[in-house]
Design a protein around this ligand. Structure first.
Ligand code: CA
Length: 229
């Protein structure tokens, strides 16, 4: 599963080059587009319809968050945000505003490619369209959770994690299997990424996200979905 075109919105030419080289080596036929400014990146998302957008948060004209918000008004193209440091608040905000995944700079080429591959995989049409577990109903495309009478919008990434948990209620789903479902691979940074996505899911689904009753942590192992009563 390879992307046909990737748009890089990033003002640091060295990072654009690093990303471009990694992509060219793995997928020589993939078209690479780049913009150093947010407004232009937004325009290119509309005119060029890339398969994936890699979006830096700190841009010279408008912030990456603004770009993301505007993209989501007209497109559900997968967006991978790039953030300078492991600032979890920024990452969570990016996911909140509709990003599909994130990467922290500096990143490894292998991780970058795994994440792009994962994001493309997650955007292909899935065979199974919906799954139910107790009060939870998950629709895969477009991703939406119904909890009792509440309708909650989730990202594709979150839908995929939740799908893994809902298929095995009461059983621990390991970081590794979640990572494989999401990125098609397991890599050292995966557990940390899964944690951030889980935290975000809890904020959407749990009454008290600090004291989760639905998505339970199994320290050092993974997560389980509480068995429906
Ligand atoms: Ca920047």
């Amino acid at each position: 599963m390879k992307p046909n075109s990737i748009l890089i919105v990033e003002d640091n030419p060295d990072i654009v080059e690093t990303i471009s080289i990694a992509i060219e080596m793995r997928w020589p036929d993939t078209r690479i587009l780049a913009s150093s400014r947010g407004e232009q990146g937004l325009e290119m998302t509309e005119t060029e319809s890339p398969d994936v957008v890699i979006l830096d948060l700190g841009l010279p004209d408008i912030s990456g968050f603004e770009v993301l918000k505007s993209i989501r008004l007209f497109s559900d193209v997968p967006v991978l945000i790039l953030t300078a440091k492991a600032d979890e608040a920024d990452i969570v905000k990016g996911l909140e505003w509709g990003a599909d995944d994130y990467m922290v700079k500096p990143f490894k080429q292998l991780e970058l490619l795994a994440r792009i591959k994962g994001i493309v995989r997650r955007h292909r049409p899935l065979l199974k369209e919906a799954i139910t577990c107790g009060q939870l109903y998950l629709q895969i495309s477009p991703p939406l959770v119904t909890l009792g009478s509440k309708k909650i919008k989730v990202s594709r990434t979150e839908a995929l994690i939740l799908e893994q948990l809902m298929r095995n209620p009461g059983n621990v789903v390991s970081y590794e299997s979640i990572s494989r479902a999401m990125w098609g691979d397991d890599f050292p940074e995966a557990a940390q990424s899964v944690k951030v996505h889980i935290r975000h899911l809890r904020e959407k689904l749990e009454c008290d996200p600090g004291n989760p009753r639905m998505i339970i942590t199994s320290p050092g192992a993974g997560y389980s979905l509480a068995k429906p009563s």
